[in-house]
Write a protein that binds this ligand. Sequence first.
Ligand SMILES: Nc1ncnc2c1ncn2[C@@H]1O[C@H](COP(=O)(O)OP(=O)(O)OP(=O)(O)O)[C@@H](O)[C@H]1O
Length: 242
Amino acid sequence: MAPHVDQLTRSVRISGLTRRFGEKTVLDGIDLDIEPGEFVALLGRSGSGKSTLLRALAGLDHDVAGSGDLAIPDRVSVVFQDSRLLPWRRVLDNVILALRVPDPRQKGLDALAEVGLAGRERAWPNQLSGGEQQRVALARSLVSEPELLLADEPFGALDALTRIKMHGLLRALCKRHQPAVLLVTHDVDEAVQLADRIVVLDQGRISVDVRPGLPESRKAGDPGFQEVRELLLRSLGVVEEA
Ligand SMILES: Nc1ncnc2c1ncn2[C@@H]1O[C@H](COP(=O)(O)OP(=O)(O)OP(=O)(O)O)[C@@H](O)[C@H]1O
């Protein structure tokens, strides 16, 4: 049964969300609220249902069996691991493709400047590096000023240095635009680095829901960072040696 979706809200409200594939229950009555502007990272072992939850919020799972209620904002953007740019459209056209505002071109140019790609608007996607293509995907996702940004492993295919730069960029963009964010990631450090709140999915349910309260500029070496990192690793069944 398709979930009831209520879009007259700026918050995300998930209530009793269940999703099944055949006999397997992947999400088992999930309750989760995300407030406007809140940055939530979603962790979980491989196959725990992170993408299934994100796809439900994105409205990309109408053919999947399940039930529950969803209330989501009107303006939602999604970013995936691959940039999903149209190769036959130039960079700027990719950014403004779905934008319905009075001066889309200028908005698109501003968005490209924000992600550090001023002057690249006439490039073709295949003339950009993987990291640059993800920057375009971020520009495309934020140009419509979403109230909710859904990101499924957006940096998973990038090298470590590019990923660090993208972390800084995403934090800065979210601070400026203030969407609620649900970031699906495998990477505990990425979750602690970026999110205000971290949720762990396990056996179809939320097993951990923490707000670490770390400062805006946080470093992996800080005691508070380490503490929450260890808590999360334990909850994921990873025991680190001292
Ligand atoms: N279309 C589908 N048909 C059948 N089973 C599916 C389908 N999509 C997902 N599943 C199953 O549902 C479970 C959860 O998948 P999902 O992709 O949501 O997990 P995940 O936590 O995002 O995994 P990963 O971290 O490996 O990407 C897995 O066991 C997966 O095999």
